[in-house]
Ligand binder design. Structure first.
Ligand SMILES: [Zn+2]
Length: 331
């Protein structure tokens, strides 16, 4: 059976995305903290495949190919500049293998670190960088394109331009650092409008901030565009003066105490849906348990109906012994 396209699915209601790959694979010893390049697709494909499967089984409806930072210049920083095609191909194949007919697969582009405003030469270099990845990803057969984590609206617009040329649906999301404007001075509402006017099918925000500091900006986007909006925050709790989790001194290897609980990510998913967010996913720090809870509150997975006979003569679990059941029923 032919899979429904992302646009057909969004027309029916909110779509659940996946979680973060690089930070989690770093914790598993498969990605190097610092460069955060995705050579895991070549070095430890089984680890990436497994994480894709975890998100799929948790209820994600889209798997993103781990081609974030799989651009020529970024890979050159770890001595892999000549393996762009090979890496992008491997990453898309792994996402497709895990997806089967259960999930859509999104190709993925990310910030290049090469964009310079008002420099036409840098524009062309960014275009070429996107095109090189897009050629491989589309030839492997992705369902749509996600461009993400752009601080500069200018770079995000270049991504829309190149991704649109594939003829596939396009989602482009920006990130906000510690200020509520982009480095090119744009507020969330202006960003959403500019991206939608450029032809992006889904616009929004991903990465850097947790739900608390992302949702208010999503509300601005909801006001300014009628089309689909998407939200993929990180699963970290950050103070107001370090809204961008990568600006925390704890980044990247002491973030554990900042990680949100699955219930908090479930609450985020509910709020996003109430706000009219169409594509609800997550980014760095979000693991399968977060996605599973988000899937549950969004009604994407059925309740656990495995047999469990509680309430006998004696408690047979700590759950019953401490009365967690009753406390939940009362709350
Ligand atoms: Zn992220």
């Amino acid at each position: 059976m032919k899979k429904k396209s992302i646009l057909e699915k969004l027309a029916e209601g909110p779509v659940l995305g996946d979680g973060g790959y690089l930070l989690e694979l770093e914790k598993r010893g498969r990605v190097r903290a610092g460069p955060f390049t995705p050579e895991v697709a070549l070095d430890h494909p089984e680890s990436l495949l497994e994480l894709h499967r975890e998100f799929r089984d948790a209820g994600a409806e889209v798997l993103q190919s781990l081609t974030f930072y799989a651009s020529r210049d970024k890979l050159a920083t770890v001595g892999m500049g000549d393996r762009v095609a090979e890496l992008n191909r491997a990453a898309v194949r792994l996402a497709k293998q895990a997806a089967g007919d259960k999930c859509l697969v999104a190709g993925n582009l990310s910030l290049t670190w090469m964009y310079e405003p008002s420099n036409k030469k840098s524009d062309d270099r960014v275009r070429k960088t996107f095109d090189e990845q897009l050629d491989v990803q589309t030839s492997e057969g992705v369902d749509f394109i996600i461009g993400e984590t752009f601080s500069w609206l200018g770079e995000a617009l270049l991504c829309v331009e190149r991704a649109k040329r594939t003829g596939l649906p396009v989602m482009v999301t920006v990130c906000f650092e510690n200020e509520d404007v982009t480095p090119d001075g744009k507020k969330a509402g202006d960003v959403a409008k500019a991206l939608a006017d450029a032809g992006a099918d889904i616009v929004g925000i991903n990465c850097l901030r947790g739900p608390e500091h992302t949702l208010p900006l999503m509300a601005q986007m909801r006001k300014s565009v009628k089309g689909y909006i998407g939200c993929q925050p990180v699963a970290y709790r950050t103070p107001h003066d370090h809204r961008d989790f990568t600006s925390l001194p704890a980044f990247p290897d002491q973030l554990d105490p900042y990680q949100l609980t699955r219930r908090e990510m479930g609450e985020y998913a509910m709020k996003a849906r109430e706000m009219g967010v169409n594509y609800i996913g997550a980014c760095c720090g979000a693991v399968a348990s977060h996605i599973r809870e988000m899937a549950r509150v969004l009604g994407k997975v059925s309740a656990d109906d495995r047999v469990w006979n509680k309430g006998g003569d004696k408690p047979m679990s700590a759950y019953e012994y401490y009365g967690h059941d009753k406390a939940k029923a009362q709350s």
